[in-house]
Design a protein around this ligand. Structure first.
Ligand code: PMP
Length: 400
């Protein structure tokens, strides 16, 4: 007998499998709307000018590659905090937030889950139904039971807020509640300010622990606007966690740059939290990767590069809005009033939840070489002006 030959085969990630099928597809008019990456109007992953300039300066300065501290680069951590909460937020000024550099948004979710598990004994988390699939794996891997709370209402293509609120009110104290800050993946439907305010009250009253995931800051309405939900929870005096990612908004996927911020009651508690986060890091990967954080930190700390990045972020956001409008117009032109495509305009960020069935998604792929995720999630940034007519023809055909 050998040690490993009996191991079950890994089924693979369905979205990555879809990508593989796409790249093998010989049809010239194929369109990839599956994976959640931001592509530019030419269909390429962009290299942002702000990032390129930071990169060039970094190369010019050369230098060795020492270990970073367990919690990551101090200047980067500061920059993360200011971008997420706003430089003038009282929680930032009071030193009440413990922020560590994380291995992307995923690493932040895992580190936060570990902290809550080991230090507070949390074992229950609820995530929106539906949510990013990896939320299940990340929390289960950290020893949690993962449940769903009502979020998206298929019938109205809106938020099932009443059901959500009623469900959350039944949870035991110290249940972790995973929330998307904005640009919800996969539905593109976000809570409004009044709903966040109501939830803030509920979290306080029921002693629930909000854990906000922000993977698309700036892709919805703007960098500050998309973080408004987080700032509202901080204003309400709650203690909570935020995982943020720079994979999409800096187009730095493989660099694994993110942050975990824990908002505490006072600076002493934040210091204790940071210490325990170091423990969490030390016993898994020891210290974080340096390069991506150096790039993001350099951009955020330079007034010129920061301004340039904000412009580039606006360009990306605007392009996604333009694609929403173009696809909406093209579908209305083909289908008239037979179907309501208003969801394309109501949803925010990189994804649109089309309501197409798995069978319709299959027909899109097989007959028209248009690739969506089985759930009907369409990645808006996979669209280009050149592809709109083909995609609209295909969707109109499968809706008939
Ligand atoms: N949260 C959500 C909602 C996401 O969509 C993603 C990325 N797909 C992440 C977290 C993780 O981001 P990262 O690649 O930086 O780990």
């Amino acid at each position: 007998p050998t040690l490993f030959s009996h191991l079950p085969r890994y089924g693979g990630d369905p979205i990555l499998a879809l990508m593989d099928a796409f790249s093998r597809d010989p049809r010239p008019d194929k369109v990839s709307l599956g994976i959640g990456l931001y592509f530019d109007e030419q269909g390429r992953l962009p290299v942002l000018s702000s990032v390129r300039q930071a990169q060039e300066a970094l190369l010019r300065n050369g230098g060795p590659a020492p270990y970073l501290p367990m919690e990551g680069s101090a200047s980067y951590r500061q920059a993360v905090q200011e971008l997420v909460f706003g430089a003038q937020h009282p929680a930032v000024l009071d030193g009440r937030i413990a922020t560590m550099q994380s291995v992307g948004g995923s690493g932040a979710l895992r580190a936060g889950a570990d902290l809550l598990r080991t230090q507070l004994g949390c074992t229950q988390v609820v995530v929106p139904d539906p949510t990013w699939d990896n939320h299940f794996a990340l929390f289960e891997g950290a020893g949690y039971q993962v449940g769903g709370y009502p979020y998206y209402d298929t019938a109205t293509a809106g938020i099932a807020f009443d059901a959500m609120r009623r469900f959350l009110a039944t949870l035991p104290a110290r249940t972790v509640v995973l929330l998307h800050a904005s640009c919800h993946n996969p539905t593109g439907m976000d809570l409004d300010a009044a709903q966040w305010r109501e939830l803030a009250g509920l979290f306080a009253e029921r002693n629930l622990i909000p854990f906000v995931d922000m993977a698309y800051q700036g892709f919805g309405d703007g960098a500050d606007e998309d973080a408004a939900s987080i700032r509202l929870l901080a204003d309400a005096g709650l203690e909570f966690l935020v995982a943020n990612s720079f994979s999409k908004n800096f187009s730095l996927y493989g660099e694994r740059a993110g942050g975990l911020s824990v908002v505490c009651r006072d600076a002493a508690a934040a210091e204790a939290v940071l210490g325990q986060l170091k423990v969490t890091v030390r016993r898994s990967y020891s210290t974080p990767p340096a390069h991506g954080a150096a790039l993001v930190g350099a951009v955020l700390q330079s007034p010129e590069l920061r301004a340039l990045w904000l412009q580039e972020l606006t360009t990306m956001r605007q392009r996604m809005r333009d694609m929403r409008q173009a696809l909406h117009a093209a579908l209305v032109a083909r289908c008239g009033q037979a179907h309501d495509f208003g969801y394309l305009l109501a949803q925010r960020g990189m994804f649109s939840y089309t309501g197409l069935s798995p069978d319709q998604v299959r027909r899109l792929r097989e007959r028209h070489a248009v690739y969506l995720v089985d759930t009907g999630r369409l990645c808006i940034s996979g669209l280009t002006s050149a592809a709109i007519d083909h995609v609209a023809d295909a969707i109109a055909a499968v809706l008939e």
